[in-house]
Design a protein around this ligand. Structure first.
Ligand SMILES: Nc1ncnc2c1ncn2[C@@H]1O[C@H](COP(=O)(O)OP(=O)(O)OP(=O)(O)O)[C@@H](O)[C@H]1O
Length: 307
């Protein structure tokens, strides 16, 4: 199932929560919405699930490239993990899941089969008869995820699926999401865990203050965020920072240790020529391109927008 978002805007009383956002998520893809608090991720997810309507722009659903676009989908086509989790704490895991299954319209046989299958997959079968409140935060989160997936939805929208999970459980959820992708499910999630998400998402949509800062595959997003490249140089002895900053094509210099410096260069600066210039100041021990993490690139882009 394709989810197609076209130039969507959403205003609340005093704030534009979502500003001209367009994206496409297809079956068998994981699309991750990333952004700081208040970026508009949850507002966008709520519109994609159909809980709220855009003020302008369209959200459409399409079975595949050959099929017409639909304005709405059956609610059972979605699995939605909301930001505010809500299972009954005094009821058992099984009671909660049976209740959700009934809400989703599953008959008893399918409900029982799916509940057992997911409890087993999430390694929670032996906790099924315990009240929710006895489970750790991580296990409660896993039950919430089961509740989202119980009816085998075609489109899964997960608002912060990794929140409250330890690294082991984050890896576990990651593997479940990979299985959903392999089964052809459309997975859309919002997250703060950049390092985790960049390992598995097919598409990244980086948001800030309602707008898209960059989007595409990981290499595409890197390229969009990379305004200048970084080089690290280590000299045999200290060199005055003014000398380095004065070189042509160098926009900024950071001192990492008394002999190690980071140079922020124009993207097209010829590195062999630069190395020759650097060697005039002092013997160069090490000279390397510094690959920044997506997290660092993203923080830079958000800060640049804010300042
Ligand atoms: N129901 C609402 N009424 C008024 N303003 C809202 C409402 N929901 C969200 N907002 C505002 O819209 C903006 C976007 O919020 P949203 O919750 O979508 O961001 P988010 O990226 O999901 O943030 P977080 O990571 O903190 O969950 C914020 O300024 C928020 O205060």
């Amino acid at each position: 199932m394709h989810v197609e978002v076209h130039e969507v805007c959403k205003d609340y009383a005093t704030v534009r929560a979502v500003n001209q956002v367009s994206l496409v998520a297809k079956g068998g893809e994981v699309l991750a919405l990333l952004g700081p608090n208040g970026a508009g991720k949850s507002s966008l997810v709520r519109m994609m699930v159909g809980l709220t309507q855009p003020d302008s722009g369209q959200i459409r659903y399409r079975a595949d490239d050959t099929q017409p676009a639909l304005a709405t989908l059956e609610t059972t086509a979605f699995g939605y993990l909301p930001e505010d989790r809500g299972l009954y704490q005094e009821r058992t895991v099984l009671d909660n899941l049976r209740y959700i299954a009934r809400l989703r319209g599953l008959n008893k046989a399918v409900a029982d089969r799916n509940t057992s299958r997911w409890l087993e997959r999430f390694e929670l079968s032996d906790r099924a008869t315990e009240p929710m409140r006895q489970l750790s935060k991580g296990n409660q989160q896993k039950v919430q995820l089961i509740a989202t997936l119980l009816h085998d939805p075609q489109v899964v929208m997960l608002d912060e699926p990794f929140s409250g999970l330890d690294p082991m459980n984050q890896e576990f959820v990651l593997s479940v999401l990979n299985e959903l992708r392999e089964a052809g499910t459309t997975v859309i999630l919002s997250a703060h865990q950049m390092a985790l998400v960049e390992r598995m998402a097919d598409k990244l949509v980086l948001m800030n203050k309602g707008s898209v800062v960059a989007q595409g595959s990981l290499p595409e997003v890197r390229q969009q965020l990379l305004q200048h490249h970084h080089l690290q140089v280590e000299f045999a002895h200290p060199v005055a920072i003014e000398k380095l900053a004065g070189l042509s094509g160098i926009n900024d210099v950071s001192v990492l240790t008394d002999t190690l410096y980071e140079l922020y260069c124009d993207e097209h600066l010829a590195t062999e020529q630069l190395l020759k210039e650097l060697q005039k100041f002092a013997p160069v021990r090490q000279f390397s391109r510094h690959q920044q993490s997506l997290h660092d690139l993203y923080l830079q882009a958000v800060r640049a927008e804010t300042s």
